[in-house]
Design a protein around this ligand. Structure first.
Ligand SMILES: NC(=O)c1ccc[n+]([C@@H]2O[C@H](COP(=O)([O-])OP(=O)(O)OC[C@H]3O[C@@H](n4cnc5c(N)ncnc54)[C@H](O)[C@@H]3O)[C@@H](O)[C@H]2O)c1
Ligand SMILES: [Zn+2]
Length: 361
């Protein structure tokens, strides 16, 4: 293991995100001596988690394993209840530690179980997807879904540490890798232009899970998120910039009944936000073009079907981030300079939508 990159996050209790190859080996050093461990993971990672569990046992920790249902099916009240039952049977105490190994679905569930068990026990997050590393596992938001919507029940609960081991990415399906890149590009546009130039220099190298660039990009993206959440722990204001591209993205995800990957929807949503900003006279056309070019080079979608505007408009109004019925967008005035656009002119919205549907003709 080469020396990992570390990003400090300030929260109720400060913690670090460690990024590097082999950083999962740091788990044993983080755990207090003799504590028990409740290890949550999806079925897809069972074999790899065997090795982690063995290492923890050898270090003197009693390991309780809980294999969750695959993907989003892990984020239900029923699965949380099963976890609480397992913790209860084992008399899991406040000194013991929960570990979530998996994508954002797993780390969201693990964080929520940790936040709720005995009113809060420690959790270490070990994200294994690109989205998990740059977004879901960082920032302390945890939660599960209800029949009425995604992430409707949850808590803010900061982890003890986040270990982003790049070696996990080698088994990640290409579509998940690509979708994760959208959130990295987002961080580039809202705060760190170096991310964009690095990807533009060689997009293939940037997205190579075995390459040398991806670790640096993850580092930069995590630093952006860490900086924002450190100054706005509970989503009072500044954290909103992380929602760049997400207003339309959430509507698309809803329209597609969550069969689209989140990152793909965010990709389209960022192009829409850029088109909207241009129409509002806030953003230069070259920056809109730059959105399309960089996302296309990463094989991310930049357009959407043209026949569902009323449904999308309605869904955006219902978004839990909307205030009343007025729409709120995060837009750019230039790269690295986000601002808010409240209640934009309906004509701009229509035109921006037309601009992103044209490419589907
Ligand atoms: N808490 C937050 O701030 C936050 C932020 C963004 C997203 N999220 C949540 O994250 C979730 C999406 O996360 P995701 O995209 O990581 O999806 P996911 O957790 O469903 O993982 C995607 C799939 O990849 C599999 N997988 C995970 N790691 C793998 C690996 N290394 N190799 C092979 N397969 C692997 C998983 O088992 C799953 O089937 C959503 O529930 C979303 O709400 C939370
Ligand atoms: Zn997102």
């Amino acid at each position: 293991m080469t020396e990992p990159l570390a990003v400090p996050v300030r929260a109720e209790r400060d913690y670090e995100v460690l990024i590097g190859r082999g950083v999962r080996a740091r788990l044993t050093a983080l755990l207090p001596e003799g504590v028990r461990v409740f290890l949550l993971h999806p079925p897809a990672l069972s074999d790899a988690v065997d090795t982690v569990a063995t290492t923890l046992s050898e270090a003197g920790h009693q390991v309780l394993r809980h294999c969750t249902p695959e993907g989003e099916a892990a984020k239900t009240a029923l699965v949380a209840t099963e976890c609480w039952a397992a913790l209860g049977r084992a008399s899991f105490t406040r000194d013991d530690v929960i570990i979530g190994i998996g994508g954002g679905a797993t780390t969201d569930l693990a964080g929520f179980v940790a936040a709720s068990w005995l009113r809060g026990v420690q959790v270490i997050q070990v994200p294994t997807t690109l989205l998990g590393m740059v977004d879901a596992a960082v920032g302390g938001k945890t939660g599960i879904n209800t029949g009425e919507g995604k992430n409707m029940v949850g808590a803010f609960h900061s982890p003890m540490a986040v270990l982003a081991d790049l070696d996990w990415l080698s088994t990640l399906p290409a579509a998940d890798l690509r979708a994760g890149m959208a959130e990295i590009v987002k961080c580039g546009f809202i705060a760190d232009p170096a991310i964009l130039t690095q990807i533009e220099a060689d997009p293939e190298a940037a997205a190579d899970p075995a390459g040398t660039v991806i670790g640096e990009l993850i580092h930069r993206a995590v630093a952006v998120k860490a900086d924002v959440v450190s100054t706005d722990l509970k989503e009072a204001g500044r954290r909103e910039i992380l929602n760049y591209g997400h207003t339309l993205a959430h509507a698309i995800e809803h329209q597609e009944q969550f069969r689209w990957r989140h990152g793909d929807a965010v990709s389209v949503g960022m192009v829409f936000a850029a088109e909207l900003a241009a129409r509002a006279g806030l953003l230069a056309p070259e920056v809109v073009t730059r959105h399309r070019e960089i996302l296309t080079r990463l094989a991310l979608p930049t357009g959407y079907r043209g026949d569902v505007w009323p449904a999308l408009r309605e869904a955006m109004g219902r978004d839990k981030k909307a205030r009343g019925s007025a729409l709120r967008f995060v837009v750019l005035t230039e790269v690295g300079a986000p601002t808010r656009l409240d209640d934009p002119d309906p004509v701009w919205l229509q035109d921006a939508y037309a601009a992103i549907t044209e490419e589907r003709r």
